[in-house]
Design a protein around this ligand. Sequence first.
Ligand code: CO
Length: 471
Amino acid sequence: MTCDYKKGFADQTKEITVSSLEVEGVIPDWLSGTLVRNGPARFRLEGKTLNHWFDGLAMLHKFDIANGHISYANRFLDTPALRAAKDGKMKYGEFATDPCRSLFKRITQVFTGSTSGANANVSIGKIAKEFVAQTETPLPVAFDVDTLKTIGIVSYSDGLKGNLTTAHPHQDQGDQFNYLLSFGHKSTYNVYRLSDGSKKRQLIGSYSTGRPSYMHSFGLSQQYLILMEFPLVVNPISMLVRGKPFIANYTWKPERGTRFSLVDRQTGEVRYAHTDEAWFGFHHVNAFDNNDHSKIDLDIIVYPDADVVQYFYLNSLLNKRNQEAYPKNELRRFTIDVPAGTVSSRRLVDHSAELPRINYEQCNRKTYRYVYANGIARQGESAFLDTVVKFDLTGDVKEWRQDGQYPGESVFVARPDARSEDDGILLTVVLDSTANNSYLLLLDARDLSEIARASVPQHVPFGFHGAYIRS
Ligand code: CO
């Protein structure tokens, strides 16, 4: 097993601007826009390595594509977490690292969010007119897309409160959807809608639970928001007093099975469905209803347990010998019978993958055919995501891979006047572990053939999610 992927977890503290990257191949004339990506770029603070991949300090990366040329710039997100780090301090709790020893401080951090480091290192979104970096604390950080300069934490003009959210809001016809989880003796999921141009979230519906689940994303169908509550659960009260980092408070309780909570997008009414099977996952892929909304198909990449959370600890990722391979997962379709509250499921693809994307503009909450993701070359052997995969849900799998190359999430950009769902380009930042730098790779989404690559003169650490903004 090769372990050269570890360079993807090396700090990148150099902020640079390159007006024209060296390009191999020909950039299509029609491709004109900006790819902005988010991810951690600094994993070492106070002379120590942070605990987890998800803990690193947020950096934005930008590729402007126009007239066959590509420019690049990167900048740290200027947050309280970054400013503390510049003073040589780890001051705020992250996903799996928590320097906070005082009970009082913990309570204020967890329950107000106001003293959070706002290290929004997961994804890129838009609130009103501003682009934002997002994470799972509900503190999106606005930035200027031309300069990558941080504007500041977005204040909503509503009274909705909560401690946790997802960095994966869904979009549908000018609205975005997400939820806020409010911790308490009984914790409450508040599902909301945010209209285009607005900073006022409107509550759609709420429900309470004694043991909230760790969920990184959720599903959206025409009729419902679907929260797939995995049995990785927390007792919020003991979280306050145990002094452990955030995710270390969650425990895997497979005997609980998996609950699906369906919040009606119009009425806010909540229905539930349940399966005795225990599943865990990060990324929903797509969801859609049948004609009378009595059945929902929900596609998600699932693991048989939550061990993958442990796998992403830096201690584990950086110290692997030959024995540990990337945890096995699969793309699975859960079919929910809404009136009956029952769930059946079947495997769509038996090929481990992460960071899935679809042709979202065309296929979100509709039947669809193609999924783009990062896969692993050798099941049971590869230690980290090392291929671009395309799943055709009618059965075919296509791959792009080269020795020593580690691609990140692939963002699909449709060709103007596209003739098919997959008529477009995938934009993927790839770590070249042999050259110790990264490049933006352009693949034809139809067959994953290479169109071009543009070299960045330094490495881009492994990040999470990006967005393509059309010019
Ligand atoms: Co994600």
